[in-house]
Design a protein around this ligand. Structure first.
Ligand code: CP
Length: 339
């Protein structure tokens, strides 16, 4: 266990080694057990203030962070960019200087500077550069609530959920985890699969990444694929890539499917032809392992990414447990870095 994470930012799982990620999961489990028996935790971050900046909508992230900081004894301030002088072109640097004077932690969701912030141009990685820039100028911990490269809080909650379903991390390491593409009209961020292959490989999980073979469209950022391959070699996990969802589903213990695309125009042109095969249903679970589970970070596009029947099947779908675990894992992250 690594207990000296105080003052660290939680921006990318690439910044954390296996022991540090395991510490977050252990603390999350401990906090969840304390919640279960009604034990107060309000001394942990008593009086601390967390700022939450959302440049795009959120249900789970917003609710879980606001609830989490209050359960730990602190309070939350929630804003969107229009409510701050960012909307009058105050620089991120000056904003970062200010948040350091008033807050104890700052969490940000930002992934498309053009549509969300009115920037003239946007390229993949620009949002990450802003988040890193804020962290550089702010002397308080910065938490990534989804940028254009990763969704690290989501994936830590997802891995906690797999640990619970399979009886701990050691047992989860013996499972076949399929991280699959699914179709939606909207070209969504690849933050979830990129974080999953990176964190999962660091922790020794066996991941099959599945997506249609459309070069340059659904491939993940090579930085994450290369990192995951190297991390898997060191951890004893594995990363394989499959372009047929039926082959990928065979003997799967987890099918986690969500939409992503790197090029919205090309996705609009070709994505739809994969809709039926890649919309996860009970048919995929007929070839999966007997007790396999379905996961999705939510919000799910029903009957595009997953059938109604499957996502509502309480024997297979664990999507709401995943959502709840956002609370516990984010409390762990805040407790460790903001204390
Ligand atoms: N999974 C997730 O981040 O949900 P929200 O967009 O509702 O916060």
């Amino acid at each position: 266990m690594k207990t000296d994470l105080r003052g660290r930012d939680f921006i990318s799982v690439l910044d954390f080694n296996r022991e540090e990620l395991e510490t977050i999961l252990d603390v999350a489990k401990w906090l969840k057990m304390r919640n279960a028996v009604g034990e107060p935790q309000a001394e942990i971050l008593k009086g601390k203030v967390l700022g939450l900046l959302f440049a795009s909508p959120s249900t789970r992230t917003r609710l879980s962070f606001q609830t989490g900081i209050v359960q730990l004894g602190g309070s939350a301030q929630v804003y969107n960019p229009e409510e701050l002088q960012l909307s009058h072109k105050e620089s991120w640097k000056d904003t970062a200087e200010m948040i350091s004077r008033f807050l104890d932690g700052f969490a940000i969701r930002l992934y498309d500077l053009k549509t969300q912030m009115g920037a003239e141009t946007y390229e993949y990685g620009d949002a990450r550069n802003v988040v890193r820039g804020i962290a550089e100028y702010a002397n308080i911990p910065v938490i990534n609530m989804l940028d254009d490269k990763e969704h690290p809080c989501q994936i830590m909650g997802d891995i906690l959920t797999m640990m619970e379903k399979f009886g701990g991390l050691e047992h989860a390491r013996n499972k076949k985890i399929v991280m699959s593409w699914a179709y939606d009209e909207r070209a969504k961020s690849a933050g979830v699969p990129q974080t999953m292959i990176a964190a999962g490989s660091t922790l020794g999980l066996n991941i099959t990444l599945a997506y249609p073979d459309e070069p340059g469209l659904y491939d993940l950022d090579s930085e994450y694929v290369d990192f995951a391959r190297k991390a898997a070699t060191e951890s004893g996990g594995s990363l394989s890539i499959e372009h047929d969802i039926w082959k990928a589903s065979k003997d799967a213990d987890v099918i986690y499917a969500k939409s992503w695309a790197r090029n919205p125009d090309k996705h609009a042109e070709v994505g739809k032809k994969y809709k039926d095969d890649w919309c996860i249903s009970h048919e995929h679970f007929k070839v999966a392992s007997k007790n396999a589970v379905y996961m999705h970070c939510l919000p799910a596009r029903r009957n595009f990414e997953v059938t109604d029947l499957l996502i509502d099947d309480p024997k297979i779908s664990i999507v709401n447990d995943e959502a709840e675990n956002r609370l516990h894992v984010q409390k762990a992250i805040m407790s460790l870095i903001m204390r």
